[in-house]
Design a protein around this ligand. Structure first.
Ligand code: FNR
Length: 183
């Protein structure tokens, strides 16, 4: 059967290379995998006072995560970590205490940057947080994409054959892993 994958992209900008990478994964995946992008740009900054009466946008995020079978995180690297907007979404989804919406949802972490390390350090920080949030993580292959001009277009086409094959390999392994965990 098909699965619903909630996609969280850690960049808000229009031309985001990470959003392009998310589209590329979607294009290379089988049609019965449905990718739903989770909106994080209109979330308030998490405040523990919310826990008494959770804001509507925060409830929406939690419901979207809970309705998904699996997760895909696509993160840029900001100052050797994940962007604050992504951490904020994780904090919101993990609360109020005892209602962690991410718990038990299998996830994968990938990303791209313009630096040679391809967002590796951001991904490592993100994996640390997700492990605490009880998200089983695909460990290999790691996907550290160093962006160069023409590598990814707005529709998610990959302009380099080796990179396309590599991302296809990630997708195949992610899908096989989800089928094992979710069937
Ligand atoms: C960056 N960038 C960056 N790149 C990197 O490889 N390591 C880093 O630590 C950082 N730090 C960093 C901090 C801040 C505040 C910005 C704005 C940028 C560059 C980053 O890889 C580049 O802007 C990407 O294009 C961001 O991803 P999106 O928005 O295109 O998906």
């Amino acid at each position: 059967r098909g699965y619903k994958v909630a996609v969280l992209v850690g960049s808000l900008r229009k031309e985001s290379i990470n959003r392009r990478l998310a589209r590329a994964v979607e294009r290379l995946a089988p049609a019965d995998l449905v990718f739903e992008h989770v909106r994080i740009d209109d979330l308030p900054l998490y405040n523990q006072d919310f826990d008494a009466d959770y804001p509507a946008a925060c409830k929406r995020l939690k419901q979207q995560i809970e309705a998904a079978d699996a997760l895909l995180f696509v993160t840029p690297e900001y100052n050797r970590s994940m962007p604050g907007v992504l951490k904020n979404a994780l904090d919101i989804g993990s609360r109020p205490w005892g209602t962690n919406s991410f718990a038990g949802k299998p996830g994968a972490v990938i990303g791209a940057s313009i630096g040679a390390t391809g967002s590796a350090l951001a991904q490592q920080h993100l994996r640390n947080v997700l492990a605490y949030l009880d998200v089983p993580l695909l460990t290999q292959p790691e996907v550290f994409i160093k962006f160069s001009e023409g590598l990814l277009d707005a529709e998610g086409n990959i302009g380099n054959e080796d990179t396309r094959k590599f991302v296809q390999g990630f997708v195949d392994r992610y899908v096989a892993w989800l089928q094992r965990l979710l069937s």
